[in-house]
Design a protein around this ligand. Structure first.
Ligand SMILES: Cc1ncc(COP(=O)(O)O)c(C=O)c1O
Length: 375
């Protein structure tokens, strides 16, 4: 490797064989054979009744909001620290995102912050299982239940994570996953929506097929919908990856354990945590650097780059982004969300692609220590 990449998949002959088979045979009456196998295996793995393969996690969030009837005038609470894909579909349905602060340990939405953001207009919350960690799901579910607020669990980054023995993605009215090439399991681009509710599942089936209800005659559309489908080749790749999911998640946990061994004794560097009762699948190994080092995340990324190491900045608070400048509530969020604004400037995602080795991790850790001047 010329450079150490920050993320990347682990593809074996099994994946190649499945994709070749799909390209050769998944046509005509077999056009859906890989979708059916992938969705069935996925819902079984997550522990939900239904799973729907989609072109992206973003489309899964979009469909979830539509199926839940979220519309103009409604508010949807999301964590301030997440990728914009969590929040963008709220704008697609003309509703308003409200950015809640994060918990200082898990970096996921804090249940207190969620509660604080609730107004009579709140219709849904999208907790994010950030970098593979899990928010306080019991508290979030209780609060949401008490206020009649729907939950869309954004598990894009957290396949294989668990909270008190229950798999990520199974905590909301819907759960959504991403299979982007950087994720623990990939279909190149792709996503999945899971749910236990037949009404939501049926509604999503209609919406993602240009408004044609499942079983309706061909080319007969009751409403204007969307074209959100995954190809057979992607479904085949996803099935092969899913059949290796334990191995993939274990590899992520192993890579993280190498980082922890090496960096845990360095004062001023905080790595991802794994709270009691949570299994963290550690999608992104992330370090928060103490401001005492007087280095911003951009400084650290630049200095690692000079050593052939790619890394990424911790997400910028959504309330700080030009995309949301015109939103009235961001002025308040900027002041209120102190944890998000404290963590984000000093957080860096370190290389943790599936091909990382013990030697590469140690090379990165040595470079990190040199950068902050502790070795
Ligand atoms: C937290 C989160 N939500 C949603 C998404 C969107 O996923 P996709 O790129 O599959 O639409 C991502 C992707 O990186 C993500 O990290």
């Amino acid at each position: 490797m010329d450079r150490i990449p920050v993320a990347g998949p682990w593809i074996t002959q099994k994946e190649i064989d499945y994709v070749v088979d799909a390209a050769s045979h998944a046509w005509y009456e077999n056009a859906n054979m890989y979708h059916e196998r992938f969705e069935k295996a996925f819902s079984h793995y997550i522990g939900t009744k239904y799973a729907m393969a989609l072109p992206s996690c973003t489309s899964a969030i979009h469909l979830s909001l539509l199926a839940l009837g979220i519309e103009k005038g409604d508010e949807v609470i999301v964590p301030d620290l997440t990728w914009i894909a969590t929040a963008a579909p709220i704008t697609y349905v003309s509703a308003t995102p409200v950015f809640a602060d994060c918990d200082g340990k898990t970096w996921c939405i804090s249940s207190d912050a969620f509660q604080e953001c609730i107004t009579p207009g709140t219709k849904a919350v999208i907790p994010v299982d950030l970098y593979g960690n899990m928010p306080e799901m019991d508290a979030i579910r209780d609060i949401a239940h008490d206020h009649g607020i729907a939950i869309i669990e954004d598990a894009a980054e957290a396949i294989g994570s668990e909270y008190h023995g229950k798999r990520s993605g199974s905590f909301g009215n819907t759960g959504v996953f991403s299979f982007h090439g950087s994720k623990t399991m990939t279909t190149g681009e792709g996503g999945m929506l899971v749910t236990d509710r037949k009404d939501l599942y049926d509604r999503c089936l209609t919406l993602r097929d240009h408004g044609r209800a499942h079983g309706e005659k061909m080319f007969w559309n009751a409403e204007v919908g969307y074209k959100y489908k995954m190809s057979s080749m992607q479904a085949a790749l996803g099935l092969a990856q899913l059949e290796r999911i334990d191995e993939l998640v274990e590899r992520k946990r192993q890579i993280f354990s190498w980082y922890r061994q090496n960096l845990q004794s360095v004062e001023g560097i905080t790595l991802n945590c794994e709270p009691f009762g949570t299994k963290n699948s550690y999608w992104m190994v992330t370090a928060i650097f103490d401001p005492k080092f007087r280095l911003s995340k951009e400084d650290i990324i630049r200095m690692l780059k000079e050593k052939g190491i790619d890394s990424r900045p911790f997400f910028y608070p959504l309330s700080s982004q030009p995309a949301y400048d015109s939103l009235a509530s961001v002025r308040e969020a900027k002041v209120r969300n102190t944890v998000s604004y404290r963590i984000s400037p000093y957080g860096v995602n370190l290389p943790c692609g599936m091909k990382m080795t013990y030697e590469y991790v140690n090379y990165v850790c040595d470079a990190v220590k040199k950068v902050v001047g502790v070795e």
